[in-house]
Design a protein around this ligand. Sequence first.
Ligand SMILES: [Zn+2]
Length: 210
Amino acid sequence: MNNAHISAMTKRLCGHIDMYSFSSKGRSGRRSDTLYATATVCGECRARLGGLIANPDAGFFPLALPALAGRENAVCWAKDIRLKLLRKLGPVMAQLKKSQDPLATAALATFEMLFKIPTALFWIENREFPFDCAWVVFEVEHLMRPRPTSTVRLSGSSAFVYWSQADHSVIAAAKVAASAVIDVDVVPAAQAVFEAQAPSQPATAQSIFL
Ligand SMILES: [Zn+2]
């Protein structure tokens, strides 16, 4: 009987325990699967991040965009690409800003890291890249990891990878912004934070009727 495919309860990067399917063969395959499982978030956190960025209402998020660096025509092209992406992601960022979910702070921090990138070539090379849920999960996992992992491939579309090579202070600032989910044993539930804050903000409920 082939026993290469095994599922086991595994503690993930977010601190949640879920059923992870180990599919690589042999002892070293099993070890790299384990490393991957502990360096990535659980299925529920993935789904939570997906929900947080899905179907945003029309919204505006104020951002200071850096001047782009590169050849003149490259800068011109990159500006267009960046603006188009900002039109798509601005409402997503506005939605994240309003969210009570601690994971939203991390997702927003990753988008802010992205729009801080001043290299025209980055925008041109990633002009077809969707910057969708898979990207956000990838970036949030990078932010959450206490140390870099070799089990996750580097990506040319990653803002985290870009800044880990260009300027570490940008990553440090993103980690501060996302501190609700950084260096925690378990990522807090969305509603736990909401309930904890609700009693201290009686004015919020009132203002709805004004
Ligand atoms: Zn989780």
